[in-house]
Design a protein around this ligand. Structure first.
Ligand SMILES: [Zn+2]
Length: 252
């Protein structure tokens, strides 16, 4: 089975979550990791996950929500929920929020501290903030660079720190040659895949609302650039998800 390691299931989808889980299962996508960005979505994500054995959650506050207090939101009760396997998505985004740099860093560091306290991996969002992200993510932390589109230089630094890299639908885009080249260089045992649904639908679905079943298109491109059979890639990615998110073990 393939696993969509990062999708936002609290969004509205045609037919609701049940329909997208069915379409995903039919496409060979056997488990989903629902990420949260807006703190208001955390309870909704947990309610969805409670209904399915194969939906896991990473709970976190996206850098856009700088007013949020992570110590009030990411409580022990939430993090100890059996479906919660990591903290995310958290990070820095200076593309839209350069003016909130200092508060973003504080929010990011607080959530890293919470992750560390619970020995949880983190799912990191970084956009136009690579230098600060690399400086903050020391080897005290472990996790994944979600929807990785940054340079090989950044990949190299985060490889040294033991991080994983998640390929999204963007690697299928015609103009994403340099991102594909970066993924060719990243060792196979450090890669996972995601859709980031409802965003970033892969080719040939661009312009449509993305959903987890579409991850197969991303897997096909990754298998191709890595010179692997799709089934070989499937086995590798499953092992990587288990290593990245140990709380999934025994449930996949
Ligand atoms: Zn996301």
């Amino acid at each position: 089975m393939f696993i969509d390691t990062h999708c936002h299931l609290t969004d509205e989808y045609d037919g609701g979550v049940d329909a997208i889980v069915k379409r995903a299962t039919k496409a060979g996508v056997g488990a989903l990791v629902c990420a949260t960005a807006n703190p208001d979505d955390i309870i909704g994500a947990l309610q969805i996950a409670a209904l399915y054995d194969n939906i896991f959650v990473t709970t976190g506050i996206h850098p856009e929500y700088t007013n949020a207090n992570p110590y009030e939101i990411l409580t022990d009760a939430i993090i100890n929920n059996p479906h919660v396997i990591g903290i995310g998505e958290i990070g820095l985004d200076y593309h839209y929020g350069k003016q909130t740099r200092d508060t973003q860093i504080k929010l990011f560091e607080s959530q890293l501290e919470i992750a560390q306290k619970h020995n949880m991996p983190v799912a990191v969002h970084t956009r136009d903030a690579e230098d600060d992200t690399v400086a903050i993510l020391t080897d005290k932390y472990r996790g994944v660079m979600h929807c990785f589109t940054s340079s090989w230089d950044m990949a190299r630094k985060m490889l040294d720190r033991g991080f994983y890299f998640s390929a999204s639908g963007i690697i299928t885009f015609k103009n994403a040659e340099s991102i594909r080249e970066t993924f060719v260089k990243i060792p196979n045992d450090r890669i996972v895949i995601e859709t980031d649904s409802p965003y970033c639908a892969p080719v040939p679905y661009r312009g449509n609302k993305c959903e987890p079943a579409m991850i197969i298109e991303t897997a096909k491109v990754l298998a191709n650039i890595k010179n692997l059979q799709l089934s070989e890639l499937e086995t590798i990615l499953l092992q990587n998800v288990k290593a990245l998110y140990p709380k999934c073990n025994g449930k996949l």
